[in-house]
Write a protein that binds this ligand. Sequence first.
Ligand code: ZN
Length: 301
Amino acid sequence: MPVYCMIVLMEQLLICVTLAVLGLCMGSFAGATVWRLRARQLVEDKAAGEKVDSKELKKLLPLTKTTLTSDRSRCLHCEHTLAWYDLLPLASWLSTGGKCRYCHKKIGWFEPAMELGVAALFVSLYLLWPLGMSSIYEITQFVLWLIAGVLLAILFAYDLKWYLLPNYIVFPLIGIGTLFAVLAVIGTSDMTTTLLNILFSGIILSGIYFILWLISKGQWIGFGDVKLGLGLALLLADWKLAFIALFAANLIGCLIVIPGMVAKKIDRKTRVPFGPLLIAGTVLAMLVGRYIIDWYFISFI
Ligand SMILES: [Zn+2]
């Protein structure tokens, strides 16, 4: 192998390892944020006079006494303050066999799954990034997607667990999406087409849900999905990708619901959260959508 190729390969490997480590750390942050947001929500719900699970509130209450970023994390079972070596993503979990070092209660799969998930997303985004990295616009768009990836991981987990998409995360996601879309408009030579593209993307991923929400008065679909859809549409900024995202979300939904119905684990009354499906569809569309579109146009048109 020529020396030049070796250098390029080493450089790529170095970037992937760096992104994987960064992803593990951001996944750890995302996992901790999910619990803190839940604690905050329970306190707010209780203050508003809603019925909350008092056992859950008691367990999560210590998390509300600290701010989102400045404190040291604690074990949810024994409340022991965790040392720096307990907070190493994945490594700490593996070194104790998934248990708390102090009370030996099982920590569960949630934290390592978040860490591995975000790390895998970061590396995949780099390896499959469809927009190029040649201009400052494109590199900024890549960084925006990394940030969005962390927010998406939080929303994915939160909606899956509690059927809710907290505004604390959805609004920043819409903000990141807006920046991404603005860069797409600035970086193009054909602004009108790009603007229309973003508009149709919004109609597909958010507008349809908005109409469903309006017709059913919030019965079929939550307004959280409408807002999430807007953020996702801006992050794709392309109607074809938005269409692929919607299609993939429904396909994944069917692949989960139909076997569940056959096994009688899911019936008509089971609530299926749309958020995680839409997020999975959007990530898939971003990673492989453009390759699918290229293949389709070469093969059929
Ligand atoms: Zn513990």
